[in-house]
Design a protein around this ligand. Structure first.
Ligand code: FEO
Length: 371
């Protein structure tokens, strides 16, 4: 895909990855993009790069606008290789360019790439003047790694947000107003649930850092550029980072050996529905954990069921609980349930895992065979 003009002197020069389906355990059925942006001013600035295998695409896209050798500044707002993977290629061409990052960025990039690049270290509040534009750095550690930064371009009120406000969504469109609003909102929710959810305090800090700044456009490092959905997505980030849940939503997740735990899941769903609580039930042999997280993000009740196998919970359930525990949803009510033959440890272990999530627990439900 070619470079796309975003505004006068500002271009998208990244890559669209239609084929990827996995992102460190997160299933991404719609692929993703690695967004990089070029600001052409007296000094030429590249904001972030792409996954290594798309380095040639990045260079081709930049070449449609300027000779990449003329780049003066390369901003590395995040060490993770989906954004830093093109650094080696671009800095090999733009030999005089400074590589601008924060101190954690420098540490991470040196540890990953073992290159003695021309680093310049910045911190929150520092300004990079490129001629007519001033770029302000805002460090956003732990959204998603310790090295994350955003860049605010006051002259155009654009926020280059790196991982925050992204979506894993590959398409030929670059702006949210070119697709149905539902797509952007759903992809943003799925992304938050599977990437950003553990980092509620750092997300709240972003809002404090942005206080008083007008934002006309958010340009994340994944997915669509936000303009029309900007206010809605900012509002959603506030709710999600506050772990605001819907009292009328329950998610039921289970695996079942001979169908008994499945019947329990169906009965639990029926009981919730009778109380006016909407349920979504997921059989772990048919649904990926990351799809389920997208529902857990707004549900108050999280019910997890497993048959007992060899005195343990079923492996699918253990995998789900490990994944969910890492993402650390808070302010939930939990329920463990399951069928067993003679020992029944799975229910106890599921209950313990949910307790470790600090959920308020309901009394576990056990059933021997089909009693
Ligand atoms: Fe898109 Fe944390 O990398």
């Amino acid at each position: 895909m070619s470079a796309v003009k975003i505004a006068d002197n500002i271009y998208w020069v990244g890559a669209v990855d239609f084929d990827s389906r996995e992102f460190h355990g997160y299933e991404i059925p719609y692929g993703t993009t690695y967004n990089a942006y070029l600001i052409v001013d007296e000094k030429i600035t590249l904001i972030d790069t792409v996954k290594e295998k798309f380095s040639n695409t990045l260079i081709q896209n930049i070449s449609e606008i300027v000779d990449p050798a003329r780049i003066d500044y390369v901003l590395a707002n995040h060490v993770e290789p989906d954004h830093s993977g093109g650094l080696d290629s671009i800095l090999d061409i733009a030999k005089a360019a400074q590589l601008i990052t924060c101190s954690n960025g420098e540490k991470g990039l040196r540890a990953y790439y073992h290159q003695d690049w021309n680093f310049k270290i910045v911190k929150s509040g520092d300004i990079l003047n490129t001629g007519r534009y001033n770029l302000e750095f805002i460090q956003t550690p732990m959204v998603h790694w310790p090295d994350n930064m955003m860049v605010y371009l006051e002259d155009t009120q654009m926020l280059f947000s790196n991982d925050a406000f992204g979506q894993h969504y590959a398409s030929k469109e670059r702006f949210d107003f070119e697709v149905d609003e539902k797509i952007t909102l759903e992809r943003a929710k799925d992304y938050y649930a599977n990437i950003v959810l553990p980092f509620d305090a750092p997300v709240k800090k972003i809002f404090a850092d942005l206080e008083g700044k007008d934002i006309s456009m958010i340009l994340p490092s994944h997915g669509l550029i936000l303009k029309n959905t900007l206010t809605k997505i900012l509002g959603k980030y506030k709710d999600w980072s506050d772990n605001i849940t819907n009292e009328n939503e329950a998610v039921i997740v289970y695996d079942s050996m001979w169908g008994s735990t499945k019947e329990m899941a169906e009965k639990i769903a029926e009981d919730f529905e009778k109380k006016g609580i909407q349920t979504k039930t997921f059989y772990l042999k048919e649904h990926h954990v990351s799809e389920i997280m997208s529902h857990i993000i707004e549900a108050k009740y999280i019910c997890v069921g497993s048959s007992t196998l060899n005195r343990q919970m079923l492996p699918n359930v253990a995998a789900f609980l490990t994944y969910m525990k890492g993402l650390a949803p808070k302010n939930r009510i939990g329920l463990a349930f399951g069928s067993y033959g003679w020992s029944g440890e799975s229910i106890k272990y599921v209950n313990e895992e949910l307790e470790e999530c600090k959920f308020e627990m309901m009394e576990p439900i056990k059933r021997q065979y089909k009693n």
